[in-house]
Ligand binder design. Structure first.
Ligand SMILES: NC(=O)c1ccc[n+]([C@@H]2O[C@H](COP(=O)([O-])OP(=O)(O)OC[C@H]3O[C@@H](n4cnc5c(N)ncnc54)[C@H](O)[C@@H]3O)[C@@H](O)[C@H]2O)c1
Length: 358
């Protein structure tokens, strides 16, 4: 039995079979849910896409800027299901010419207003429109792109996402007493129609290639879909106002160059620090990357050094041990070049300068 067995879920935001919402609907059905879709604008296209789901669901029209559509949503949904246990909000829009792609300082208010209304305010609009059907409580899940930092080209959509994050927290506050949880999934970049409208979106790929501890594939929506379905299920009964990051771990990491596990063979001095390899994605070197070059484990000293090569590039992944401690009574000499003596027992470990091989 699936984790959504018996649940009735309203899924917004399907436009193609690459849409995150399409995959949430698919996984929800696989997990036993009855799904109702909403589509915006090109309804015949959405209906065609809906037929690719395991069980083709009904499709209702919903423009989140239309008061009429919102006001009639509950009664139209109730023609297909007798209530709702969950709602997926997978809706965003910003004018790519004006509000995205580096025009941040010159975007006019009407374009900002549209981005904020469609991408942030609509979470409240859809949640309250569906509320009459959620008498038994339920789960509202929205899709976010980490808005805690500024991204290239994301511009006013980034501001709208920051608003979405805040909106989710206030909704969680106000809907908690009705037993309705409100959470967001902050997804890593995925190739969808909305993503293609963001000028320079492909540049995110190198960020994820070099910073995702778990790796990341921009063509695999499954992890995001599963997280949404998990939040729609009963398996997060005491979680609300939360942002679950499904981004390969990028939000938690400044830069990647982890020490190699001891069991692995030490790389040569000339080998670059490794980039992460996502399933099926390319391998790239981080722009700068330093590692502890040597750790001196003698009784009296413990020296670590980060070594950079010419131009600040990484010197590679040196993991040589300090030379053996001199025998008791025999002072350090130039014969132990990496042992800098101050006395026989208080020497410190030094590392050689970068060689050209770095
Ligand atoms: N693709 C990514 O990299 C990514 C990453 C993080 C978060 N997200 C978010 O995921 C959500 C879904 O986007 P997607 O990437 O699957 O792209 P998508 O283009 O497949 O979906 C966007 C949807 O928004 C709908 N929409 C636009 N204006 C609307 C309106 N006025 N009323 C109702 N619906 C409207 C579109 O019809 C479309 O179905 C968005 O909130 C997006 O910001 C996407």
């Amino acid at each position: 039995m699936g984790i959504l067995a018996g649940k009735r879920i309203l899924v917004t935001g399907v436009i193609t079979d690459a849409s995150i919402a399409f995959h949430v609907a698919r996984v929800a059905q696989e997990q036993g849910a009855t799904v109702v879709l909403t589509g915006f604008g090109r309804l015949s296209l959405v209906e065609r896409i809906a037929r690719r789901l395991p069980s083709p669901p009904p499709v209702l029209e919903l423009d989140v800027t239309s008061e009429d559509h919102l006001a009639s949503l509950a009664s139209r949904v109730s023609e297909h299901v007798d209530g709702l246990d969950g709602v997926l909000h997978a809706i965003a829009y910003a004018n790519p010419e004006e509000a995205l792609g580096g025009n941040f300082l010159h975007t006019r208010w009407p374009d900002v207003a549209t981005a904020v209304q469609v991408s942030a305010f609509s979470l409240k609009a859809v949640a309250t429109a569906a509320l009459p059907l959620m008498g038994g409580g339920g789960s509202v899940v929205g899709l976010d792109f980490d808005a805690s930092v500024a991204w290239p080209g994301y511009d006013w959509m980034g501001v709208a996402k920051a608003g979405l994050e805040s909106c989710a927290r206030y909704l969680a506050r106000d809907l908690g007493e009705k037993g309705v949880r409100v959470n967001l999934v902050a997804a890593g970049p995925l190739r969808t129609m909305a993503a293609r409208s963001i000028p320079g979106f492909d540049r995110f790929e190198s960020v994820w290639d070099t910073r995702a501890p778990l790796g990341w594939s921009m063509t695999d929506p499954e992890p995001v879909a599963r997280a949404c379905v998990a939040l729609l299920s009963d398996w997060f009964p005491a979680t609300t106002g939360e942002i679950v990051h499904v981004d390969g771990g990028v939000h938690a990491v400044g830069a990647l160059c982890p020490p190699r596990p001891a069991a692995r063979p030490a790389p040569s001095m000339s080998s670059p620090c490794p980039a992460r390899t996502a399933r099926g994605s390319s391998t790239r070197s981080p722009p700068t990357c330093t590692r502890p070059a040597a750790t001196c484990s003698t009784a009296s000293s413990s020296a670590t050094a980060s070594i950079k090569g010419p131009g600040g590039s990484s010197c590679g992944c040196m993991s040589r041990r300090c030379p053996a401690r001199p025998r008791r009574g025999s002072p350090c000499t130039a014969a132990s070049p990496r042992w800098r003596p101050s006395s026989a027992w208080t020497g410190s470990c030094t590392t050689p300068p970068c060689s050209p091989a770095c």
